[in-house]
Structure formats: structure tokens, C-alpha cells
Write a protein that binds this ligand. Structure first.
Ligand code: TRP
Length: 455
């Protein structure tokens, strides 16, 4: 199972692209992107975000996938294979740890989404007459210890099933069904939003740039969001890349993944804000937008009962294909490096992620007031992984590919599968090198300093 000749591979190119896009597209796109856009000046933020995605996210995603494909290893094994120094494997180890930590709290929010599928089917939303009622209902649910932990358990068990079944039979097959379904469901919700009277206001909010709200911090916020949304900086793309073959075109696949992730975020923004404005709700709700505001939106729009069910199913699917990739990173590490059987690794680390997720679930009730540095466990896990470990990991990955690995070796590897690009548009490769060597590390470093509160 563990040696490289028997290592699993993707069955098809589209399988890889859908699985990697599945990792990228998640709560970050559908829950977070819309409200962050709402808080940061709408279209102006979107423009900056797109620049960050293509100028920094795309070059780094190429670097990460390349590390994986070259070494056919997990994040720790990849660095071990390419450098003699003891330092670099720790970068991989930090990634594996970050993946595990993200899985634990991400699954708490994903669990709410599972619970809301039930709430919407049961018709609970129809009893809400004010946004307060929806907010109270949400607070009531999350303050119930058993609900939070139960939904967390259900969500993690579903994620485990896919990773347990393996790369081709679980992750790839699942992504091939779930991703098209996600696109279709999201488009249905978007069309419903666009056909509401008053939806124009939502579009204005989203696409009319308000540059007055943009500051240096906005740029850093956009870059941080781009990293989280593209699943960068902890070896998820590296691990998925390790199941690729040398015939696959990495720059092309990366561009497809980045494009899909960005377009889905924007479609989610359109779907949500047309509905919010079309039913006269408050767009500036922030993180509560999906669970406080949308249930009211669904009660107010024609056909809202079904749109509500569809919405929470699609949110759960999006989160699921992301949590699968997080669990796969930890699994690949124990399979490659510790020679564990895949099944055992999935059972052990799925269960541990559930245990570590419990204090995150309890951060909304029993442990609400247990704070370290002013943050409860959930906020702390989120902050440490998303704001510290991901940018740090992303910066180090860019530095490794830009300076340590050796640019000749990097280009030899990158060329496999993308020979045409090398012969016809070589300048693109030169631009990529510049972005990875100079642009990405410097900007990511600034994000890191900002996250640490240094400026
Ligand atoms: N990108 C996912 C989202 O947008 C979350 C995610 C999955 C992730 N795997 C990751 C984030 C790895 C950072 C690193 O919801």
C-alpha cells in the first residue's frame, strides 16, 4: 500500500481538476467570500481579490502541485525528497498539522450546514417573522451542546467515508458527482435570486466599486481570503498533485482550478446578495449572513422552501469536498511516512479531528467564555491555522521553489506535460518565476505581519 509503485493515481485529468476545485470551493467561497465583499466595498474588493488570486494564488498553486507531482509524496515526504536540510520537512509537518486543525473547526461550521438541511426540510424557517427570530433560532441550536457535537460527528463521518474509499474510488468518484451537482444547485439559487424584484440593488452592491472603503489592509485581507479559498499553504494541493502523472499539464490544470474557485465565489455572491436585497434584508450582517439572514430570505421569496433546502445541500457539498482534502493530507502523511494502512489512518485521524472539534463546537456554548488571548477555542484554531500557518507555509513554499530546489530542476519538472507552453509562450514561465521568487514571498510576508498585529 505504502510504497511508491503501488501509490494511487487519479483516473483522469478532469478527475484531478474537479477534486482540486472541490478542495478549493468550500465554506470560504459560499459563506465567507460574500460577507467579506459586503464589508469591504463590494466591487473594489472583488477587483483586488481577483488580482491577488491571479498574481499570487495561481503562481503558488502551480508551485505546490509541482512539489507533489515531482516527489509523489505527502507534504513532509516531498520536502525530505528534495532537500537534505532538516528544516524543510518541518514546513511540511506544519502543513499536515494545520490541515488537521482546519478540519476540526471547519467541520463544526459544516455540521451546522448539515443541521440546516434538516431545519429547511422540516419547514422551521416558515415560522420566522423577523431577522431576530432567525438569529435566535440559530443561537438556540448552536447553544445546544448535543446538536453542535452531533452534527460535527455526522459531517466528519461522511468525509471519512470518501477518504476511506481511496483516491480514485472515493475522492475522485465523489468529486465527479458532487461538483457538477454543486454547480447546478448554485445556478438554480442564483437564477431565483436574479429573478426577484429588487435584485438589481444586490447587483449594484456587489459590482459598483466603492474605492473609499479600500485601504492597505483591504489588500492583505483579499490575499488572505485568496489563500484560504484556494486551499493554499499547507500542502493540500501538493498532496492532490502527488497523485498526478507527468503527462498532466500543471499550469493549465492550475488555471482551471483557480478560475472555477473564483467564478463560484462570485456566483455565490450574486445568488446571496440578490436574494438579500430582493427581500429587503440587511446585507452587512457579517459572518451570520448565511445562518441569520438567509432563512428569512427563504421565507420571503416565492419557492423559498425549496431554494432553502437546495441551498443548504449545496453548502454541505461544498464543505464536504474541502474537508475530504484536509483529511487526505493527514492520511497521505501517515500512509507514506509511517507506513500505515489508509483505512487505519482515516479511522484514527477522523476520530481525532472529531475530538479536537469538540472544544470548537463548545465555543458556542459551554466554553464560550474560556478565552486565551481574548479568543475562544474556535477563534484561536481558526486564527492560528488560517492567519498564521497558511501564510507562513505559502511563503516558505514559494521560497523553496524559488531559491532552494534549484530553478533548473524546477523547470525540468514543470515542463513535463506543458511542453507547448515552454516552446510557444516561454515568457509566461519567466513571469511565473518572477512572481514565485519575488512577488509572492514579499506580499505574503506582509499578510503575515498584519495577521500577527505587527502593522
Ligand atoms: N478552500 C476551502 C474553502 O474555501 C477550505 C480548505 C480546504 C482549505 N482545504 C484547505 C483552506 C487547505 C486552506 C488549506 O472553504
Amino acid at each position: 500500500m505504502a510504497n511508491s509503485s503501488q501509490r494511487e493515481k487519479w483516473g483522469s485529468k478532469i478527475g484531478f481538476v474537479l477534486a482540486a476545485a472541490g478542495s478549493a470551493i468550500g465554506l470560504g467561497n459560499i459563506w465567507k467570500f460574500p460577507y467579506v465583499v459586503g464589508q469591504n466595498g463590494g466591487a473594489a474588493f472583488i477587483i483586488i481579490y481577483i488580482i491577488c488570486v491571479f498574481a499570487i494564488g495561481l503562481p503558488v498553486i502551480i508551485a505546490e502541485i509541482l512539489l507533489g507531482r515531482t516527489t509523489q509524496r505527502n507534504p513532509v515526504g516531498a520536502f525530505k525528497a528534495l532537500s537534505n536540510s532538516k528544516f524543510w520537512p518541518y514546513v511540511g509537518a506544519m502543513g499536515v498539522f494545520a490541515g488537521f486543525l482546519i478540519l476540526s473547526f471547519y467541520s463544526v461550521v459544516a455540521g451546522w450546514s448539515v443541521g440546516y438541511i434538516y431545519e429547511s426540510i422540516a419547514g422551521v424557517f416558515s415560522g420566522f417573522d423577523s431577522p431576530n427570530a432567525a438569529g435566535n433560532h440559530f443561537n438556540q441550536l448552536t447553544s445546544n451542546v448535543y446538536w453542535g457535537i452531533g452534527m460535527l460527528a455526522i459531517f466528519i463521518i461522511i468525509s471519512m467515508l470518501f477518504v476511506y474509499a481511496g483516491v480514485q474510488k472515493g475522492i475522485e468518484k465523489g468529486s465527479k458527482i458532487l461538483m457538477p451537482l454543486l454547480f447546478i444547485l448554485l445556478i438554480i439559487v442564483m437564477i431565483r435570486g436574479l429573478t426577484l424584484e429588487g435584485s438589481n440593488e444586490g447587483l449594484n452592491f456587489l459590482f459598483k466599486p466603492d474605492w473609499s472603503k479600500v485601504s492597505a489592509n483591504t489588500i492583505l485581507e483579499a490575499l488572505g481570503q485568496a489563500f484560504f479559498s484556494l486551499s493554499l499553504g499547507m500542502g493540500a494541493m501538493l498532496t492532490y498533485g502527488s497523485y498526478m502523472s507527468k503527462e498532466d499539464n500543471i499550469p493549465k490544470a492550475s488555471l482551471e482550478i483557480v478560475f472555477l474557485d473564483t467564478i463560484i465565489a462570485i456566483i455565490a455572491g450574486v445568488a446571496i446578495f440578490t436574494a438579500v436585497f430582493g427581500t429587503g434584508q440587511n446585507a452587512g450582517e457579517g459572518p451570520g449572513l448565511i445562518f441569520h439572514t438567509l432563512p428569512i430570505v427563504f421565507t420571503k421569496m416565492p419557492g423559498g422552501y425549496f431554494v432553502g433546502i437546495i441551498f443548504f445541500i449545496l453548502l454541505t457539498i461544498a464543505a464536504l469536498t474541502s474537508s475530504i482534502s484536509l483529511l487526505e493530507v493527514v492520511t497521505a502523511y501517515f500512509v507514506d511516512e509511517k507506513k500505515w494502512k489508509r483505512h487505519n489512518a482515516v479511522l484514527v485521524f477522523g476520530f481525532l479531528a472529531f475530538l479536537v472539534g469538540i472544544p470548537s463546537a463548545l465555543s458556542f456554548n459551554l466554553m464560550q467564555n474560556s478565552k486565551i488571548f481574548g479568543m475562544n477555542f474556535f477563534d484561536m484554531a481558526n486564527y492560528l491555522s488560517s492567519n498564521v500557518m497558511l501564510p507562513l507555509g505559502g511563503m516558505l513554499i514559494a521560497l523553496f521553489v524559488g531559491y532552494v530546489w534549484g530553478i533548473d530542476k524546477v523547470l525540468t519538472e514543470l515542463k513535463y506535460g506543458s511542453e507547448k507552453l515552454f516552446s510557444k509562450s516561454r515568457w509566461i514561465i519567466s513571469v511565473w518565476i518572477i512572481l514565485v521568487k519575488y512577488f509572492a514571498p514579499v506580499l505574503i510576508f506582509l499578510v503575515l505581519l498584519q495577521s500577527l498585529g505587527i502593522f
